[in-house]
Design a protein. Structure first.
Length: 631
């Protein structure tokens, strides 16, 4: 622009930044160097000896055309500037409007300034109505180039209003406080910080934005001659972000809660959900909008079943500003069944996609279809349902349930005990018989010899007895500890137990024909389908053998203890369940092959095809839940 001093004797020309003119690349580079203030004392308005031209690194001629008082001009007493660079098409015009020069006579002026060489002067001539020429010394500038080298949180990252923003960088050139260089930072045109370069021409400072929206921060370095260089960055300033707590899954819904946002303009929260596949987060979808900002919880009952989900919360204000929580992952079960009862037992139907779950406190067996994720039916009893077994004793496939007549008691001698066995058609889901037996039933095992083997839950040193499937009277018994779990070898007619005076018993036609005691450790036990190994919950593995002398020899240890176990025969894997995870262990290398996170503490793990079922409790042991994981 052009301006005069208070008495109208000096004409000042100051160039603008390249962004103002919108020049081609060559001219932009030229004009960026022309960030200077040039003061020309016009002939006839003062003494040439006082004239100065502030530094210019340009080559060639720079023409300044001053017009006044003609038809094309702004009127008498007014003037404007047109910059004309030789060899560059077009002209560059200031957009600051007319500036009055009261002391200039009307006429046409052309000022030509050309550099005479490096370190030389500038020849200045005023052409048209008056012409004079003089050589004026050239004063070099400091060549400042400020640069923002570090900006935190980060470029293109949203910043919370009121949170300090750190700026760091350098100023190239002779940029020191001693050289008279000053620094400033503008936010949308308002100065928010001033200072001087530090050691090594570096700077570091923090400012807080007081308004939301896109804010432009301009870092300016000014030398004592008026040269100004600028570096800018756009910052999106928004409201504080909500803090999402780790989600939980309960009763078929993903439960979310978060710490709210303190903002007077907050208008809503939005819940977004995305699927995570192979560690990659997919495109999120809006699943809920909570128009009441005081609501900071949501239950998602429509989530995709199985796999991992990521949730995020978006806060929105009345002006459209937004802030996002960090994403939180949750493993969503493929399905779930939740029962208000302690855990009892769980078994699979051998040919239907049905899971039978015993709920002792509800005195009910639930039949749950894990494909449709629906309860197919329920079987209710007068007494508490405790343990389940499914098998064929010669009358077709049957489901067996132990029904204690009262709570187990170590003082209840086996001579006085009684209880019931429930016998169910697992296809029709009907009770075919409730049999009274002379034992407090704890666990039941259907033998291939047509007998049912039942362990007692009371009496401390008590009995295991055999009952013919079609008769009432017991056939045989042996001593055992109360509350002993039973397992039948898949090949040999041999019953194993980890509690009692005996750990293995060969049976035939309801008789205990061979009894042995081995040094095994653990309360829970399982035999893999081929019959090679027996596992106990202590993590110990024992080898099974038809030769009693070689049976139950210690084989090794799993890497963990377990609360539930099942087997994948095709993969030759032991599926070991513990709190929050199921680990597949190769029964060849005995190394972990894969893990699957689950939400519950499992008391049973059951495998069928690509479906993994975990039965246990989640947040409270008083509630039994079934979790389905599809692999």
């Amino acid at each position: 622009m052009l301006r005069t001093d208070p008495i109208g004797r000096q004409m000042v020309m100051q160039t603008a930044t390249p962004a103002v003119f919108g020049l081609p690349g060559l001219v932009r580079g030229l004009v960026r160097v022309l960030l200077f203030v040039a003061v020309l004392l016009l002939p006839g308005c003062g003494d040439d000896d006082d004239s100065i031209v502030e530094p210019s690194a340009t080559t060639g001629d720079l023409h300044i055309l001053v017009t006044e008082g003609d038809a094309a001009g702004p009127g008498a007493g007014g003037a404007w500037v047109v910059l004309d660079v030789p060899g560059v098409p077009g002209q560059m015009s200031t957009d600051t409007g007319a500036v009055e020069f009261a002391d200039l006579d009307p006429g046409y002026y052309r000022v030509v300034a050309s550099r005479n060489g490096a370190g030389g002067g500038v020849a200045v001539s005023i052409e048209a109505g008056r012409t004079t020429e003089s050589t004026i010394p050239l004063r070099q500038g400091l060549g400042l180039e400020p640069q923002i080298t570090r900006f935190e949180p980060a470029d293109d990252v949203e910043v919370t209003v009121g949170i300090p923003i750190l700026f760091e960088g350098t100023v190239e050139g002779t940029a020191s406080a001693e050289a008279g260089v000053t620094l400033s930072l503008e936010e949308n045109g308002d100065t928010v910080w001033t200072g001087v370069p530090g050691a090594g021409n570096r700077y570091s400072f923090s400012v807080e934005s007081s308004a939301k929206g896109t804010r432009t921060f301009s870092f300016r370095a000014t030398d004592p001659f008026g040269f100004v260089a600028v570096d800018t960055v756009d910052v999106v300033v928004t409201m504080p972000a909500p803090v999402l707590y780790p989600p939980t899954v309960r009763s078929g819904a993903v439960r979310l809660s978060w710490a709210g946002v303190e903002d007077a303009e907050l208008s809503a929260y939005e819940v977004y959900r995305a699927e995570v596949v192979n560690g990659q987060v997919g495109e999120g979808e809006l699943v809920a909008t909570l128009p009441t900002p005081t609501e900071t919880a949501f239950e998602d009952g429509t989530y995709p079943r199985g796999g991992v989900l990521e949730y995020r919360i978006r806060a929105v204000d009345s002006s459209g500003n937004e802030s996002w929580s960090e994403g939180e992952d949750v493993r969503a079960p493929a399905g779930t069944l939740s029962l208000d009862s302690w855990y009892g037992d769980a078994v699979l139907h051998p040919s239907q996609p049905w899971l039978f779950v015993a709920a002792p406190d509800l005195r009910t067996i639930y039949c749950f279809d894990y494909e449709t994720e629906e309860i197919v039916g329920t079987i209710e009893f007068e007494y508490r349902v405790e343990r389940l077994a499914i098998g064929d004793t010669g009358l077709g496939l049957e489901l067996y349930a132990t029904l204690p007549a009262r709570n187990h008691d170590w003082t209840w001698d086996d001579e006085d005990q009684y209880g019931y066995l429930g016998i169910i058609d697992p296809d029709a889901l009907t009770v075919t018989e409730v049999r009274l037996i002379d034992l407090d039933p704890f666990d039941v095992l259907p033998g291939r010899d047509g007998y049912l083997y039942v362990s007692s839950g009371s009496g401390q040193h008590t009995k295991i007895r055999s009952y013919p499937r079609t008769g009432q009277a017991p056939s045989d018994d042996r001593p055992i500890y109360q509350g002993s779990l039973l397992a039948l070898h898949p090949v040999y007619d041999r019953i194993y137990t980890t509690g009692g005076d005996h750990t293995s018993m060969d049976v035939r036609d309801g008789q205990f024909v061979s009894i042995r005691t081995n040094d095994t450790w653990g309360a829970w036990l399982a035999i893999e389908p081929s019959g090679r190994f027996l596992f106990t919950d202590s993590g110990r593995v024992y080898r099974c053998d038809a030769d009693p002398a070689r049976d139950l020899l210690y084989f090794g240890m799993l890497p963990m203890e377990w609360t539930a176990i099942d087997f994948d025969s095709l993969g030759n894997l032991a599926l070991v369940g513990e709190r929050g995870v199921v680990t597949a262990i190769s029964m060849e290398s005995w190394e972990p092959v894969w893990t699957s996170e689950i939400l519950i503490h499992p008391w049973a793990v059951l495998h069928r095809g690509n479906v993994l079922l975990a039965v246990g409790w989640n947040s409270t042991p008083y509630r039994t839940e079934v979790e389905i994981v599809r692999r």
